[in-house]
Design a binder for this molecule. Sequence first.
Ligand code: NAP
Length: 338
Amino acid sequence: MLISEDFCLKTFTTFGVEVRTHRFIVVSSKTDLEELFEEGYLKERPRMVLGGGSNLLFTGHYPGLILSSQMRGKETVKETADEVWIKVSSGEYWPTFVDDVVEKGYGGVENLCLIPGKVGAAPIQNIGAYGVEVKDVIESLEAFDLDSGEIRTFRNEECNFGYRSSIFKTKEKDKYFILNVTFRLSKKPKLKLSYAPLKQLFKDRKDGKISVKEVSEAIKNIRNSKLPDPDHLKNAGSFFKNPAVSKEKADELKNQYPDMPVYPQPNGKVKLAAGWMIEQCGWKGKKEGDVGVYEKQALILVNYDNASGKEILRFSQKINNSVRKKFGINLKREVIVI
Ligand code: NAP
């Protein structure tokens, strides 16, 4: 365990803004958390758990306690002829875990390769890409209740998973420290190739003949060609969520903008592409000071050098204002602003 005070967070978020926190504690085990609880550290407010910092924007110094997981390790806890259950500690790096299981031929997370962040953060945000959400493969997770010091197991259905959301991002925000997540993966994978670039790539191939490794390699190529690597260009992935609107609103927009992509959802709503709307408002590739919209993908805001969190937030509000004016849609942030 490592306890630091007045700690700089610049390298702890992928936006790389220069802010400090009153206290920063690196947690390596359940015992660390028990000790912190006994000694009263966890009573400090505000208090939050930091994952890989790949979905966060700090707009000022943090006047409280930040906990970060360094818990490592993974183990197979159950196996049948068709499936395997793997328990992974929260501090493991998500893309490495995906590569590991893809290499073994286990299916379920291959569409989620290269999403930056730690395993413990994946359920909080219910990370998703190319038609797969992590909720599809989560069996359960164990979390430490920071208020009571107790450990609780959440089954999948208790996590209230939604689009880029869960109970840990809403009702129970900042109450739990996720210790580990158990994933249920398939040894006879059913691939999800419904998104256009995958459909196109594999159109001449028979489903049963395509490996999870091929799908993951294809997605890596697509992502690398249009998404910035946070190690080289500071960003937090999609800044906004794709809005879901009523069919009437979608029809009205489609009449006005025939090229607009629309994705009808099983619940009757219609998903719109926030990036497309931002691009139509002329923001793609635009830069103001050190903040900008990524030139290849309008959903991503970039800190080109030393932008502050407040500058990035103000820039995002301008984008939202123009989308609201042109399309009558209020974009919601995917990135958590603190
Ligand atoms: P894209 O192909 O330009 O499409 C724009 C949006 O349309 C996507 O965000 C996606 O929504 C939606 N979409 C596309 N095809 C769809 C289909 N067949 N059915 C339903 N919805 C569809 O998207 P992109 O920016 O290159 O992203 C590709 C994938 O990577 C997306 O799933 C995206 O969410 C994911 N991604 C995630 C992050 C992150 O930070 N979590 C960052 C970058 C990309 P959905 O987003 O709902 O899938």
